[in-house]
Design a protein around this ligand. Structure first.
Ligand code: HEC
Length: 113
């Protein structure tokens, strides 16, 4: 019982902390945001190439059940898309180090702008 209450308190504390994080990114998430801004946003936010099939909004990607294509919204699926490309999206194979890929995913997980 005591253990159960402790776990619940921890859960609630975590939920509150998560809410209070609004706008505050860790250094890793900040690096990811920088990469996203430079490499992804021009298509995914501005569609600067005026692609007929507009690149989908990536914010809150991991808070959804599935990616726009219907693939499960997992790190693996997003990595796969980024490394392999998809439709009009180019492949970023060898463009990111493993650290950069992890930073990008960490930022996308925050769902923050
Ligand atoms: C040249 C424009 C362009 C750039 C740059 C680009 N994308 Fe995309 N992206 C697209 C388009 C177009 C699609 C839709 C592909 C389709 O479903 O045919 C897409 C789809 C996606 C999807 C959804 C995949 C799915 O299965 O639904 C993810 C995730 C994604 N991009 C991540 C990224 C990330 C992360 C970056 C930066 C590293 C990035 N993209 C850079 C054009 C781009």
């Amino acid at each position: 019982m005591l253990l159960c209450c402790a776990a619940m308190t921890a859960g609630i504390t975590f939920a509150l902390t998560a809410c209070h994080r609004q706008g505050e990114l860790t250094p890793q998430e900040r690096e990811g945001k920088q990469l996203y801004t430079v490499r992804c946003a021009h298509c995914h936010e501005d569609n600067d190439l005026a692609l007929k099939k507009a690149p989908p909004d990536l914010h809150r990607l991991f808070q959804r059940k599935a990616l726009p294509s219907g693939l499960p919204a997992t790190d693996t699926a997003v990595r796969w898309t980024v490394l392999g490309g998809k439709g009009m999206m180019p492949s970023f194979a060898r463009r990111f180090t493993e650290d950069q890929m992890q930073a990008l995913l960490a930022y996308l997980h925050t769902g923050l702008r």
